[in-house]
Design a binder for this molecule. Structure first.
Ligand SMILES: NC(=O)c1ccc[n+]([C@@H]2O[C@H](COP(=O)([O-])OP(=O)(O)OC[C@H]3O[C@@H](n4cnc5c(N)ncnc54)[C@H](OP(=O)(O)O)[C@@H]3O)[C@@H](O)[C@H]2O)c1
Length: 244
């Protein structure tokens, strides 16, 4: 992997996602929020409703290293359902890296599901060592889960969720892994600070596949400033800051 901007040097997914100190950037009253997505060159965010066909080993490596930079990993219910999410930290090495980076050793998984429409047999819900917060508008509870699963009854109020993650759960930086619908609400609420976007050298075409931001058009376009650009085997790895 080669970094092309802001300087030219050899790098790796692990190095690209090290020492970012996102936890030091938290504004008053909420965590710093970084979105990580992959798309094709024509902007499609899924192939047959999964990311697998548009993600590569290098991208997946970066995906896992980026998780080591945040106290919490957040994801929408649609993505959790489609991708069958499991335990956030996959290896002892990544767990050790979390300690070095000064983030929570075991990341909090945050699932946003207004309707609480989640299959209780999701792998991520079945690991008693994986703390999970489900942000929901529902008064219900998923059956048969231990006390590693907690609920934040915030309705559809994402600013309130962010405030609670900071005040009640000590979260200083959140990595949001989509999907496109959750991204659109986060952007509309002005909660996104950065975007990591991998551009996979592929065209999918068609009108049905989601792009990385779905839902209604944003009232104001989110203006981005390029932070870094790396390349490996024709795939581009971009990092952007959302301008205020
Ligand atoms: N390319 C990538 O990097 C990438 C990343 C992630 C996902 N994807 C793809 O995107 C697709 C899924 O995306 P999606 O847009 O359908 O789903 P999504 O954004 O993951 O989840 C949407 C769901 O999240 C909940 N939600 C979102 N905003 C909410 C709010 N403000 N308040 C309460 N609940 C809220 C709702 O859950 P309820 O329905 O439970 O109420 C909503 O239906 C899959 O095909 C996946 O493979 C691609």
């Amino acid at each position: 992997m080669r970094l092309h901007f802001p300087e030219r040097l050899e790098t790796s997914p692990g190095r690209l996602a090290s020492g970012l100190r996102l936890i030091d950037k938290a504004p008053e009253g909420r965590p710093y929020l970084v979105v990580n997505m992959v798309s094709t060159a024509d902007g499609k965010a899924a192939m047959d409703w999964r990311t697998r066909g548009i993600s590569t080993d290098v991208d997946r490596d970066l995906f896992h290293h980026l998780r080591t930079q945040a106290d919490a990993v957040m994801v929408g219910a649609g993505t959790v359902r489609a991708e069958r999410y499991g335990t956030v930290t996959k290896t002892p090495e990544l767990r050790a890296k979390r300690v070095e980076e000064g983030v929570r050793e075991v990341p909090l998984a945050v699932i946003v599901s207004g309707r609480l429409d989640l299959p209780p047999d999701l792998p991520i819900l079945g690991d008693p060592d994986q703390p999970v917060v489900i942000a929901t508008a529902s008064d219900g509870e998923l059956p048969g889960l231990g006390d590693h699963v907690a609920y934040e009854r915030v309705g559809d109020d994402l600013p309130l969720l962010m405030a609670r993650l900071r005040s009640e759960h000590g979260v200083r930086a959140v990595l949001c892994e989509g999907g496109p619908t959750l991204n659109s609400f986060l952007l509309a609420a002005g909660l996104v600070d950065e975007l990591f976007l991998t551009l996979n050298p592929k065209l999918l075409g068609g009108a049905a596949a989601l792009t990385i931001v779905a839902g209604r058009e944003l009232v104001e376009p989110a203006e981005l400033e390029l932070v870094s650009l790396a390349e490996a085997e024709g795939e581009l790895f971009t990092r952007w800051r959302v301008k205020r």
